[in-house]
Design a protein around this ligand. Structure first.
Ligand code: ADP
Ligand code: ZN
Length: 436
């Protein structure tokens, strides 16, 4: 099913024309309402009249997370405060959080995009749908919530926390759909195991998973354990929140809501645009946002765009899975390392639970990498009861890691449940080097 065929299945020419018109309008809007953008454009000798078609977008300056922080809290807001009906803030682990204000129209467009995503996952008004993203300043909870209500399914605002109660509700209410982070889905599966709730006692059939990178192996694992089909949903608060893009039944990339968010891929070093299919940094321009529009926002997410028709009938361009963040990328002894690479190895080994941590340090001016991973309870109890068996497993894991990462890592195999779990976005790196 397609929620809004007019907007999701437009011809490419129509889409580009619409994007061009909207781009001109948004540039004019920020030029007159946000001194930050006016100054930047004036410095470059540009005026809104120079931006006529979507191809003109490359003339515009980029906006970075630092620009958002420097203008904390409301410096980039374009609408008057009286028009703002909701304020979210993104995590802000380093420095000021990013504050994003939404007008009534922004919230309604967000709900529409969320409804497109959920419909694409097969959710209908007949579903009972649990939202287990955190409610609060984080955009996940309320964002998904509005989408479920827009479709008319019954929303259960479970949020995160109190997972045992949630697991029982999933069984007792016959909950059919869930939105949460992929790591929370696994945590939920563990909790159900602990409570003795089996797959055939529950009715979950659809999962909307996002807010953090995940792999195909992880998808298989979640699907097997919860008995549902898992779909990717992507978003970020600076642009809107969840549902900037979403998978369809083909599950070959996520369709971008291009009539609202215009994507580009650039080389993160030269800042030059890259060809379709090439991997680089994803950049978004909001084409319709009123509260806090952003022009060419550098997301720091690495992925590629997949052009061409999709058998599902949607014509909106797709983005590949996120392959890392420019700022999550670890440089260890000069080699780029992404936590997702470690995850892909962990998931190929049946002895391990999908719970791991990278610990990076610097000893005598040399970077060191240690990877901790947890054993599955059944292996811990039965098979691996001798030191020789453990060291054989360690060696096998270390060898596999070296071939994927191109550097060697120390490995440490931990007992089940000993690596800290997170209910929101999972944390996979402890960097003790203090390089900055
Ligand atoms: P932040 O984490 O910067 O505080 P958000 O909470 O808005 O901001 O999170 C947005 C980020 O989360 C994205 O830029 C991206 O890195 C990550 N993210 C969101 N959805 C997905 C997804 N489906 N796959 C991979 N990464 C995702
Ligand atoms: Zn499709």
């Amino acid at each position: 099913m397609i929620w809004n065929p007019t907007k999701e299945c437009m011809s490419r020419e129509q889409m580009r024309e619409l994007q061009g018109k909207r781009l001109h309008k948004i540039v004019e809007y920020v030029y007159h309402n946000v001194p930050f953008y006016r100054n930047k454009l004036q410095e470059m000798d540009l005026s809104p009249a120079d931006i006529r078609t979507i191809d003109d977008i490359v003339k515009l300056p980029f906006t970075t997370k630092k620009d958002l922080r420097d203008n904390y809290p409301f410096g980039l807001q374009a609408a008057p405060q009286s028009e703002i009906i909701r304020i979210h803030a993104s995590s802000g682990t380093t420095g000021n959080p990013t504050i994003v204000g939404y007008t009534r129209k922004d919230i309604s467009i967000w709900s529409e995009c969320m409804a497109r995503s959920l419909t694409s996952f097969g959710v209908t008004r007949n579903d009972i749908f649990s939202v287990s993203y955190g409610y609060g300043l984080f955009t996940g909870g309320l964002g998904a919530h509005n989408g479920v209500e827009t479709i008319g399914a019954s929303v259960v605002p479970a949020s995160t926390g109190n997972t045992e109660k949630h697991a029982r509700l999933i069984r007792d209410l016959g909950i059919t759909g869930i939105a949460c982070t992929p790591s929370y889905a696994l945590y939920l599966a563990e909790t159900m195991d602990k409570l003795g709730i089996s797959k055939d006692q529950i009715k979950l059939r659809v999962g909307a998973f996002g807010a953090e990178p995940w792999t195909e192996n992880m998808r298989t694992e979640i699907q097997n354990r919860l008995g549902l089909k898992g779909f990717n949903i992507y978003g970020l608060s600076e642009i809107m929140g969840p549902s900037v893009s979403y998978e369809c039944e083909e599950q070959n990339g996520s369709h971008i809501n291009e009539d609202h968010f215009f994507p580009e891929i650039i080389d993160p070093v030269t800042l030059e645009p890259l060809e379709p299919g090439q991997t680089g940094e994803l950049v978004f321009t909001t084409l319709t946002k009123e509260g806090m529009p952003v022009i060419r926002y550098r997301t720091r997410d690495l992925c590629s765009l997949i052009p061409g028709e999709c058998p599902c009938g949607r014509t909106n361009v797709r983005m590949s899975a996120i392959q890392g963040r420019t700022d999550d990328m670890l440089i260890i002894r000069g080699i780029n390392v992404f936590p997702s690479q470690v995850e892909s190895v962990v998931l190929t080994m049946e002895e391990f639970a999908p719970v791991y941590m990278l610990i990076v340090d610097r000893v005598n001016n040399l970077d060191t990498l240690m990877v901790q991973v947890e054993l599955r309870p059944d292996y811990f109890n039965a098979t691996l009861d001798t030191p020789a068996a453990i060291s054989e497993l360690e060696k096998r894991f270390a060898d596999k890691l070296r071939s994927v990462l191109s550097i060697s890592a120390k490995v440490q195999i931990k007992a089940p449940g000993t690596i800290e779990r997170s209910e929101g976005k999972s944390k996979h790196v402890i960097d003790k080097r203090q390089l900055f």
